[in-house]
Design a protein around this ligand. Structure first.
Ligand code: FAD
Length: 289
């Protein structure tokens, strides 16, 4: 494991990247987690007319500009999905499957997940439904687990769970090659509902039902309060102060995840404020304030 970073930034959209460049300008030792496309919402935008200085630009063109900006500043992204962030007192532990990173401050810039939950998903959350298969795998020793996977990163999690669970069903919601252990059963179907009494018992799919004790729903982004236990949420967004601080000391947030309007410049602006606030926070710790 690398030594402890000053600031860990989770998310590579405009909020996360703006936080990254501003933290770097302040000479902080940073680590930035995201994906190759930087932001799916960015590359999907056909035309952007409200990004200052770049009238009539496409999302892909703006993404390329962001890419060269961070590369020119020597910022490398880590293409990993953070499963959980734990506040440890004077630092944070960030979990990527079985790997762990440490940072003194964290900026959450994970955007907003707009997909509707599956019927029963929220009802059984914590009662058999979870969002981090590797974190919760030990709970399913010798049990049956179903993994509804929205991206390829979930394959590693499924393989990990299969080493512990008795049986793993893998329901991919994307096409392509699946790099999955042979003992994991791939089920090409559509999830309809999660049912049970006290706890999860059945995952209903369009074509059949699976008897299962656990269901992991692995999307591109995890709900912020699932990602950071104890994080205060208000009306579906991370509650922040004007300096982008959250209710957890050293944890800041920026971009769509803090609330509307969902816009590039608002996200980039908040990323900058979050970075400068994180720098002040680190200075205050150093000076024992
Ligand atoms: P995002 O851009 O969503 O980026 C979040 C990033 O975090 C993603 O890369 C995601 O993969 C990553 N991430 C999430 N969870 C994790 C994790 N656990 N670990 C690691 N990485 C993680 N806005 C405008 O201002 N003008 C427009 O013209 C415009 N057009 C749009 C067109 C479309 C089709 C869409 C969908 C949106 C448009 N928007 C527009 C809105 C804009 O895309 C969003 O407001 C903006 O992208 C939000 O930036 P963000 O950095 O907060 O989050």
């Amino acid at each position: 494991m690398d030594s402890r970073y000053d600031i860990a930034i989770i998310g590579s959209g405009p909020a996360g990247l703006s936080a990254a460049i501003n933290s770097k300008i302040r000479n902080k030792n940073i680590i930035v987690f995201g994906n190759v496309d930087l932001s799916k919402k960015l590359i999907k935008a056909p035309k952007i007319n409200n990004y200052l200085g770049f009238y009539d630009i496409t999302g892909v063109e703006l993404k390329d500009k962001f890419d060269s900006h961070i590369k020119d500043m020597g910022i490398n992204l880590i293409y990993e999905k953070i499963n959980a962030v734990y506040a440890m007192g004077d630092y944070f532990s960030l979990l990527v499957n079985e790997k762990m990173y440490e940072a003194s401050a964290v900026i959450i810039a994970t955007g907003m997940e707009f997909d509707k939950p599956i019927n029963g998903e929220l009802k059984f959350l914590g009662k058999g439904v979870g969002y981090c298969a590797t974190c919760d795998a030990p709970l399913y020793r010798n049990k049956v687990v179903s993994i509804i996977a929205y991206n390829k990163e979930a394959e590693e999690e499924a393989n990990f769970v299969s080493e512990v669970a008795d049986k793993v069903y893998y329901i991919p919601m994307y096409n392509g090659e699946y790099n999955i252990n042979t003992d994991v059963e791939i089920v090409k179907d559509i999830p309809v509902e999660i049912t049970g009494h006290e706890k999860v018992e059945i995952l209903k799919l369009k074509k059949k039902n699976l008897l299962t004790q656990g269901v992991f729903v692995l999307k591109d982004s995890v709900a912020p309060d699932q990602l950071v236990p104890g994080l205060l949420i208000e009306n579906g967004h991370i509650k922040v102060q004007r300096n982008m601080s959250t209710n957890i000391d050293g944890c800041f947030a920026a971009g769509d995840c803090t609330g509307k309007p969902y816009q590039y410049l608002k996200s980039a602006g908040e990323g900058q404020v979050a970075a400068l606030s994180a720098v002040l926070y680190l200075d205050s710790i150093k000076n024992g304030i």
